[in-house]
Ligand binder design. Structure first.
Ligand code: DC
Length: 227
């Protein structure tokens, strides 16, 4: 079984996807980490976010790989584990910028598709249900109001020691949503056959329960025992 979870930043995709993976015995693939790693590479090389040709040139000779260590996904840039460097607000903006470049999407395509071919994945991103896994057994588009998402993201970033304010995070979320939705290649829009799940005001366990109901319905299974 393959499950696609798409939706905007801060909607809780990764928490949901991790919970589903753990409880249903699937492999969790966080595709945003791939774009963040290409963004980190561009940032380290001091390429401006608007410099599309520079971003394309920055792909030359680099490798981006996902590896699984003790059940956790790690992302490697040219052999270096950069998982600890890709979650800052600056890299979030870089990730969004590089993800609008078609060459970057093409560059990351084969890594994602080879994981899909192995099967048994729950993948989260923006174009999983539309481009990467159009045949997924279950597609969920998870969203929440920008204010709810900004609240969660602010808490997450503060807990990690980043110095941010709610207003800054909300403004970044709105900017990133617009850019991700309006880009020409693989815009972050729901697949026609995705189930829309609004989790504004939900706790993670509420989102998980709602997702299990969707999975049961779509696949004719009965996973209620994992709730
Ligand atoms: O899910 P995230 O916040 O880690 O994603 C970071 C950026 O990468 C986001 O702004 C959009 C982009 N992205 C994408 O375009 N396609 C994906 N499948 C995953 C992420």
């Amino acid at each position: 079984m393959n499950i696609a979870i798409d939706g905007p930043g801060g909607s809780g995709k990764s928490v949901l996807a991790k919970n589903i993976a753990r409880k249903l015995g699937l492999i969790y693939v966080d595709t945003g980490a791939l774009y963040r790693t290409v963004g980190l590479n561009a940032c380290r090389r001091e390429i401006a976010m608007e410099d599309k040709a520079g971003i394309v040139a920055s792909l030359e000779g680099i490798t981006v790989e996902l590896r699984y260590e003790n059940g956790e996904q790690h992302v490697y840039l040219c052999g270096e584990d950069v998982s600890g460097f890709i979650r800052t607000p600056e890299i979030s903006m870089y990730a969004s910028a590089v993800s609008s470049v078609p060459e970057v999407r093409a560059f990351l395509d084969s890594t994602q598709r080879s994981l899909v071919r192995r099967g048994g994945v729950v993948m989260d991103g923006r174009d999983i249900g539309t481009v990467i896994m159009p045949d997924a057994d279950v597609k969920i588009f998870l969203f929440a109001s920008p204010e709810h998402r900004a609240e969660r993201r602010t808490e997450e970033l503060l807990a990690r020691g980043e110095k941010v304010t709610y207003e800054e995070v909300l403004s970044d979320i709105n900017k990133r949503d617009r850019a991700d939705r309006e880009r020409e290649t693989a815009p972050a829009v729901p697949a026609d056959d995705a189930v829309m799940l609004d989790n504004s005001g939900f706790m993670p366990e509420d989102t998980f329960a709602a997702a299990i109901h969707i999975i049961n319905e779509k696949t004719g299974s009965d996973y209620d025992d994992v709730l």
